[in-house]
Design a protein around this ligand. Sequence first.
Ligand code: CUA
Length: 308
Amino acid sequence: MLEGFGSRAATFTADVDQAIYINFVLSIVLFLSVVAPMLYFAWKYRESNVKDENIENIVHHTGLEITWTVIPTLMLAVFFWYGYTSMRTLRTMPDAASSITVQVEGKKWSWNYTYPANANGYVHKTAELFVPVDQNIILEMGAPLNDVIHSYFVPAFRMKEDVVPGRLTKQWFNSTVIGNYDVECAEYCGTRHSYMLSKIHVIDRATYDAWFNSDAKAPAGFEVAMSKGQEVFEANGCNGCHSVADDSILVGPSLMGIGEKKDAQYIKDALATPDKVIAEGFSAGIMTPYTLSEEDMTALIQYLKDGK
Ligand code: CUA
């Protein structure tokens, strides 16, 4: 986990780190400036050390009051300045015309990406994000209306933003280091929250362009031999809740052998109206309906039947 965390992988990573370090050090200074005198005075004026008649009742000390008001105020202004400027960098979207804008959908419990159509009109849909190095990328993020709140978190880039049903939220980044970076969900969203993971692959421009202008599933070096049906299964996040290789229960029932036990119509109905027939021991209202193209449906049924 946390691949590439220390590599200063995005243009604003160093800014965010600087804000965190400055605020951390200032917090320690503020903490010590209150707690250290408190402990010292508690010790100095301990009961055995003072007599009542020695205690002078000071009601006012202008110099001290100005000091303990002005110094913390200045420190908090520094605090605010570094927080505000790095936040502004993260929240100011770059010029859309010179950026690549990718749609991100977060749903229980997977991430998927939809690219703009390429010159041939082909639209890439992926489960991991591929982007060229040194390029502004805008993520337009959302969740299905009947889903819950997620949060798109890239620790190596120090960026995080909520993904909210029915609302469009945005993030941007520009990665300067070729590599693979973890994406995590940072908003507790149910049973499989900790498995709601993805990757950002930052690759060289030529490899990206060659892939983007083709209809290949993944750029050179990232191809995974996968049947069409398995692709459909994973691209729709079915694997987030259903095992196929064994009979383990993730969220919903295992689908191992379902293609032999049930016919194609059963599988189609289960996708269109998941709550109509509920397997024994499971609850309604967990799975959302899925609409697949005829081609995808055929491939999926084939996959559930023979694992290919
Ligand atoms: Cu999605 Cu946690």
